[in-house]
Design a binder for this molecule. Structure first.
Ligand code: R5P
Length: 287
């Protein structure tokens, strides 16, 4: 068993190898003068079962290329089996054609990863579970909910409703609600254009309750902060928010800080920059 990583989330890779009690594989990610990525694998992997920990988060394109080149290097070095561990799978939000001439980037990524030489993929909370089927190799699709549920159980909250910020997230929300003994409610949201959300209705009882909103991704934080405000406006007592993947781009931090949300619980599938480590955000490890 050998575990390597690129630059995307070294901290997580280090936590995983510590947990397993094995050293991190010796490798280097370098750059040519023109910016092209060069990978060095500095130990033998012949016949080894090799894992590469590399979420394809921002800088997405660089992280994807690092992963692909690393897989290629490992394959050409005769690794027996190569498993990219992609805790956050980037380009997943374009997983079907919703307008004429749209690309399907989630499938393109699956093609690239498979063609590079992956034998199996480990990932977490794909934006759409059907993306598993875009691969013709085995995909282990792990949920973040058990880790989030464990955190909320230890908080000892009472009279809790878990709220899905959109219809697509109902199954994940129900999973969390069942694990912590909460009721379920759903926000009816529309997205007139990418990164813009409009709340139509709240379906279910949140009156006087402690609410936990759960999403797969918090990106610009529009969905979660508007949702939280709508829930408070409709009588919720307090609102917690949680997600697996803290993309946190653009105005996300400012929105979260100014919002009515009491605490935002995220996992470390995507590493936070130092300025993103604000008191309101708590990070749980998926290692
Ligand atoms: C959308 O379908 C996803 O589940 C998230 O709700 C969305 O990506 C969050 O984006 P933002 O934080 O920019 O509203």
């Amino acid at each position: 068993l050998k575990i390597f990583c690129g630059n995307a989330n070294r901290e997580l890779a280090e936590e995983i190898v510590d947990y397993l009690g094995v050293p991190l594989g010796a490798s280097k990610v370098k750059r040519f003068q023109d910016g092209e990525i060069a990978i060095e694998i500095n130990e033998s992997v012949r016949g080894a079962d090799v894992f590469v920990v590399q979420p394809t988060c921002n800088p997405t394109n660089d992280n994807i290329m690092e992963l692909l080149i690393m897989i290629d290097a490992l394959k050409r070095a005769s690794a027996r089996r190569i498993t990219p561990v992609i805790p956050y799978y980037g380009y997943a939000r374009q997983e079907r054609k919703s307008r004429a001439r749209d690309p399907i980037t989630a499938k393109l990524m699956a093609n690239l990863i498979t063609t590079a030489g992956a034998d199996r993929v480990v990932t977490m909370d794909l934006h759409a579970p059907a993306i598993q089927g875009f691969f013709d190799i085995p995909v282990d699709h792990l949920p973040g909910v058990p880790i989030l549920a464990e955190y909320f159980r230890t908080k000892g909250l009472e009279d809790v409703a878990v709220v899905s910020p959109d219809l697509g997230g109902v199954q994940r929300s129900r999973n969390l609600a069942e694990r912590i003994g909460a009721t379920l409610a759903i926000i009816d949201k529309r997205r007139p254009e990418p990164n813009v959300s409009q709340i139509m209705n709240v379906i279910g009882d949140i009156q006087g309750k402690t609410v936990i909103m759960i999403d797969d991704i918090i990106d610009t934080a529009g969905t979660i902060t508007q949702g939280a405000q709508a829930l408070i406006d409709r009588g919720a007592k307090e609102v917690y928010a949680c997600c697996t993947h803290p993309v946190l781009s653009g105005p996300a931090l400012e929105r979260l800080e100014k919002s009515v949300i009491k605490e935002v619980i995220v996992t470390n599938t995507i590493p936070l920059d130092p300025e993103q480590k604000i008191p309101k955000i708590k990070t749980l490890s998926v290692a």
